[in-house]
Structure formats: C-alpha cells, structure tokens
Design a protein around this ligand. Structure first.
Ligand SMILES: [Zn+2]
Length: 719
C-alpha cells in the first residue's frame, strides 16, 4: 500500500547558486563518508621543488603549507606528498608551463576523461595560462527528478505516486492550476522516509467501511490533525473521499525568510494574504531580513502551533503538562507530531507565559526567535513601544526553550566551571584549556588554525584534559540507571584536518558570521556525553580536543574557530607524527580508525547494548529543514541494516516534528561492531535558521537533550 521512493544516491557536493550565495561548503559533511567524493588535493614533490615555489603555485603561504603538513623546517623531499592546505577541492586550475593533462588530473583527483569533457578538449593540448574547470558542481537541486507527463496522468495521481501533495508539485513547477499536458516535464522532488513506511503516503482514498479513527491509527496521525487538515466538522467520511494525511509545507505555521524571498513571494507560497502576513508579524513596510521568523497563522495562548523540531515531550515540559494530557486532548495516536499541527493546550492554570531576563547583546528578534514568537507578538505581550531593551529587563515570553528547568543544568554549570589544575582561558567562544586559538571568531570560510605540535603531543594534552573532566563527571552522581550496562560510542563528525562544512550565516545585525561543522558538533557530542553518563551509560568519544570541552559562545557572534587539532582518542593512532595520524575525511581519510576505537570500546559489552552515534550537520538545500538520521543501506538499496533502521526511526519522536530517517551507504557504519549505529545530521546548515541556531548554547543543549531522550526511550523499550 505504501510507495517506497527509491532515491538515487545524491551528489552531495553542492553550492547554492544565486545572486546571494549564502552557503559555502568547504567540504560536504556526508562526502567524507562516501566513496565517490573527490578527496583533498595533494602535491607530490618533484626534483627541484621548493616549499615557497609550491606555495606560490597553489596560492598558499609557506606558513600555511608548513602548518597543514606539520613541517618543522622548509626541507621537503622528492616524492613526498604534501597536502595543499585546504579540504576543499578547487573548482578551477590555471595551467602552468610544463603541466600535462594527466598530471593535473592526478593532482586534483579527477579523471583525464572528465577534464576533457568539462573543458571541451579532445587531445592532450593545453596551454600555459589556460583556466581548466576541474569539476562540475550541479546547478540543479540535488535529487530532483523529472517526470514526463503521460496521457491519463493527473496532478493528483502523480502526487499519490511520488508521495507529495498536489500543492507541492504545483509549487515545484510554478503551476497555477491543475492542467497538465502530455509530454510536459515536471520536477518531482525525492521524498523522504519518515517514521514508518506507511507515512510516506500523503493522501488516502476512503474505502467503504473505513472510519476516521482507524485511518488515524493506521497512519499515525492524530484524529484532531486529520480533522484540521481536511476541514472536517465531525468524523463522518464517505467512500472515495480524499483525505490529506499529514500537513504539507503549505500548512506550516512558521516561515524563516530565505535569501531572495520577498513578503509577497512568501504570502503566495503559503496561500496567505499579504496584508494578513504583515499584520501577524507587525511589519509596516516591505523590508524583511534573511533569517527572520514569520508567523503564518495566529496562535492563541490556548494552542501551540508545532514548529519544525518541536517534540511533544518538550512542548509538554514547556507548558508544565504531561505528554499523556497532550495526547488525550489532541486525540494523538503516538508522540509523533508534524510541523504546522495545532495542539490544544489544557485550559485553566496553564503556564502559557514565562519570564525572560534580557542578557547582554540580546535583541528582540533573537529573543522572539528563541521562544518561537514573532517580534510583533513579543511586543504586544510586553506592551513594548520601541525595540530598545536593556540587560536585566524582564520580558514575558512563550515558555518554550526555557533552558535550565531540569536538574541537569546545574550539574552542567558546575562541571564546566574551573577544572582546577589545568590552565584555563575564559573567552567569548570558550572556555579553552592549556591553549586558546588566536582568533575569537571564525573570520571566513577558509580560516583555520593549525595544531601546535604532533599528534602525540596533542593526544597527551587531550587525555589530560579529558581525564580531569571525567573525574568531575564521576563525582556528580546520576539522574537514572536506565542506561546501566549500555556502552555508547560518540563520534564527533570530522575534526582534525577536516572541518566538515563551513557555512556563512547572518547574526542578528545582518553581519556575516561563520559556523564550522566539526567545532559545533564536538560541543553537541560533549553535551550528549554528559547526559548519557548521568543516566548510567558508559560512553567513549572517538575524537578528543586538546584544548576545549563544552563551550559557551557568548555573545554568539564569537563563533568557534576552525582548529585542526582534534586527535583520535587512541594512543595507537596518535603516536606517529605523520599527517595521516590526524583525523581526516575524504577519499584519503581514515574513518576506519573511528570504527576501530569503537570496536575496542565495545569489548565485553553485550551485543544488543552497543550504540554508535556519529554527529554531523547536513548541508543539503533540497533536504527538509529538520534533523536526519541515517542508517546503513547498500548503494543499490538491496541490503540494509534493519536493526539500525528501527533504532533510527525510534529516535524520530524525540527529535521532533519534521525529523526523518533514511538509509545510505556510509563508510563509518560499514563493518561497525555496534548493534545500533547511525549518523545524525543534527541540523541542516543549508538553512539560515539552522546555521543560526547552532551558535546558541541553549539550542545546542536542546539538540543534545533530544538525542538523549531518544536513546533513553529506545533503551526503556528494550529492557
Ligand atoms: Zn559532517
């Protein structure tokens, strides 16, 4: 009954094209796992080469070359392979005298054939000064497919077939009406598998004998939501009636402004009146900002409109009600909720507002966003007549995202305060220990700081910092014993020489700031580490940093700097001073070290209690703005890790509305000794809002909590 969409393995290296290029990927997060990725560029030293000559040739400084290759002196040897200082495969190369096509192909890890094709060359002839295209970055959204309309096709039959809504197909193809003609080419976006397979289905045709409540059970959609979506006054349905089973993008309650959007394009997209949109969000003129959060529907204090990422447990906690209450009030069949779904809140002594004390550097837009409000709502709730607020001011806010309502936070604060004997640097993007980066923020996509010393020196420093931290963790006690007997390996994605994605985003004042995937994922992994420990789990990290633990980024414009100093949490892998002993990604990467560390950690642990989690942030503009859980599936889709697939799906409810799971062939999950193993794309950095959110420790903590909640409920079901 369900249609399972076979996705082609998408090409994951992408740029967002347009007048405003707002996302730049240094290296796509997933590419470091996938085999087809072009690796980093190398230069093999030729007789007579000097370091300064090589530096000039590749537009690097000698210092950069030295750092990335851990060279103490300028001495290089013939045949030595030098990394070219960037993990980003260049797109073009200017031919130098003496270059040959095959040499260039080898150097940049591409084939001669593709070089010829890309540059319209038939033989070997190239000339000095010629600019060669090295690789083709797709101009088309990844995963987009074309459907050629056949006689008899209708928009509805296509929607049904591809698991989309009619509105989504119309939107993808700029169609105004329902008319489609044979031979017309329509764009169809790949869909994703979320929850259970039946939920793929977007619409359902009522058969005789069906009841609304049975349909709601079958598709894991609350009865109230089914009524809302289909404008039903009561539960009467009739055969052949078409029922919408879950909200489409048009039904969402919130929109975060993306580059090149205008108020009227947004109004059109969601089928709302421009004047309503302006009024709802207190907008007088036509000016909107990228990243601004707009409310698409009015929310009363008696309802909560589910936003992407909201989890039921979190909403319950925010309003101080129980999950069971919410389920009952909204006729939910499970904890699964959807973006745009309206949840009724219990009337009466409900705590629908909370107090918020304005902090240094706060502005209304940020506070509004943090609490899922529009600026207009925030102004109205607080009778504000101007946007000027002062640190210490008390504001009323919606209670969501109240950091620190649970015991864990006090423990958290005490843990990350001074570590005693280890030298500490308090900085806006720290704290750092033993040494700190020179910069206080990531300055551009290319900036990085090389490691001080060899892998072994950094490993020793990292172990010292880690064991001091661990000793403290051992002393804080615990919240539960749910995870006793479980061993969980946390793998912070990237690290070492490989920063993952580095994306540009905007701070609240419209200034550019940059987010480095590996630095932020390390922070989230550490938060997960502590929470898991507090529930009794044994936890091992695959990588360690020599100079930081959890970081506070205050104000969040002090972004984390790309430091290439993380080491494998293993003496064996760190003892030699070779570049390949630093964690690295891409084709020449050493992901198998992470798997080896897991194998060692799992020794003596019951098979079914071994979990492996790798932390990443996606950067895919065609994927939804939501967390993604990936489990192993062979490229041809014919074999998949069913245990991990079930584990992945079980995490979705805790990860919140819009979260989804799918299989992919990922190296770090292959031959991995864990019982349940997944790669978590905690956020999708192709969306301004997600890149924005990562910079706030409150929101990173929220991400960590969701993951741990998911693991806890998985463990509870198994014991
Ligand atoms: Zn990644």
């Amino acid at each position: 009954m369900s249609f399972r969409w076979q996705t082609k393995k998408p090409r994951r290296l992408g740029y967002v094209h347009g007048a405003v290029v707002f996302v730049l990927a240094l290296c796509h997060p997933i590419t470091s796992f996938a085999q087809e990725t072009p690796g980093s560029a190398f230069h093999t030293v030729q007789k007579g080469d000097t370091l300064s000559e090589i530096a000039v040739r590749y537009a690097l400084s000698v210092d950069q070359l030295r750092r990335i290759n851990n060279l103490r002196t300028d001495l290089i040897l013939e045949g030595q392979r030098l990394r070219l200082g960037t993990d980003f495969p260049p797109e073009r190369y200017t031919v130098r005298t003496g270059d040959t096509l095959s040499e260039i192909a080898e150097r940049f890890d591409v084939s001669v054939r593709s070089l010829r094709r890309l540059n319209g060359i038939s033989g070997e002839r190239i000339y000095s000064g010629q600019v060669l295209k090295l690789r083709q970055y797709s101009e088309h959204p990844e995963g987009a497919e074309i459907h050629v309309v056949k006689r008899g096709d209708t928009l509805w039959s296509m929607a049904h077939h591809y698991g989309l809504s009619v509105a989504e197909i119309q939107e993808l193809n700029d169609l105004r009406g329902d008319t489609i003609l044979p031979e017309m080419k329509l764009r169809i976006r790949r869909t994703v598998e979320d929850g259970t397979e039946v939920q793929q289905q977007f619409e359902y045709i009522v058969k005789s004998g069906d009841s609304l409540s049975q349909i709601s059970q079958q598709f894991d959609v609350g009865l109230a939501l089914l009524r809302q979506l289909n404008h039903l006054r009561d539960d009467r349905i009739y055969p052949d009636q078409r029922l919408q089973l879950r909200p489409s993008s048009v039904d969402e309650g919130i929109h975060v402004v993306r580059p090149e959007e205008t108020l009227s394009s947004i109004a059109l997209k969601y089928h709302v009146e421009l004047s309503d949109l302006m009024e709802l969000n207190g907008i007088g003129g036509s000016t909107i900002h990228v990243g601004q959060k707009l409310r698409l529907r009015a929310a009363t204090t008696a309802t909560h409109i589910v936003e992407r990422g909201d989890a039921l447990w979190e909403i319950a906690r925010a309003y101080r009600v129980t999950v069971a209450d919410l389920e009952r009030l909204n006729d939910l069949t499970s904890e699964r909720i959807y973006p745009g779904q309206e949840l009724r809140l219990p009337a009466g002594d409900l705590e629908a507002v909370a107090d918020y004390i304005v902090k240094e550097g706060d502005y209304l837009g940020r506070i509004a966003r943090m609490h899922q409000m529009s600026v207009a709502e925030l102004e109205a709730m607080n009778n504000l007549h101007s946007a000027v607020i002062y640190p210490g001011d008390k504001l009323k806010v919606r209670p969501l995202l109240q950091f620190g309502r649970e015991g864990a936070e006090t423990i958290w604060t005490s843990l990350t305060s001074s570590l005693g004997e280890i030298k500490e640097f308090r900085t806006g993007n720290g704290p750092y220990y033993q040494q700190r980066p020179k910069a206080s923020l990531q300055q551009n996509t290319g900036y990085y700081e090389g490691p001080h010393g060899s892998p072994l020196q950094n490993y020793r420093q990292a172990r010292k910092l880690w064991s001091t931290f661990e000793r403290r963790v051992n002393r804080v006690g615990c919240l539960s014993n749910t995870l006793r007997g479980w061993h969980i390996v946390l793998d912070p994605g990237h690290g070492g020489l490989d920063p993952g994605a580095v994306v540009e985003t905007l701070d609240g004042n419209g200034n550019k700031v940059y987010v480095v995937e590996d630095e932020y994922m390390y922070d989230i992994a550490l938060r997960v580490y502590l929470l898991l420990r507090l529930h009794g789990a044994k936890v091992t990290l695959t990588l360690l940093s020599p100079n930081h633990l959890v970081r506070q980024s205050n104000p969040p414009t002090k972004t984390f700097v790309n430091e290439k100093n993380e080491v494998f949490n293993s003496h064996r892998f760190s003892r030699q001073n070779r570049w390949r002993n630093w964690p690295a990604g891409g084709r020449n990467g050493n992901l198998s070290c992470r798997v080896d560390i897991a194998r060692k950690a799992f020794k003596g642990i019951r098979k079914t209690r071994r979990i492996f989690l790798s932390f990443h942030a996606d950067i895919d503009p065609t994927a939804p703005e939501a967390p993604l859980v990936l489990y192993y599936e062979r490229t041809d889709g014919r074999r998949q890790d069913a245990v991990s697939g079930r584990f992945a799906k079980s995490l979705l409810r805790s990860l919140g509305a819009g979260a989804y799971a799918r299989g992919q062939s990922l190296a770090v999950l292959r031959d991995n000794p864990a019982y349940a193993k997944v790669v978590l794309e905690v956020r999708n950095l192709a969306y301004t809002d997600h890149a924005w959110a990562l910079r706030f420790e409150e929101l990173r903590h929220r991400d960590a909590e969701k993951i741990v909640r998911g693991i806890l409920s998985y463990a509870r079901r198994r014991t």
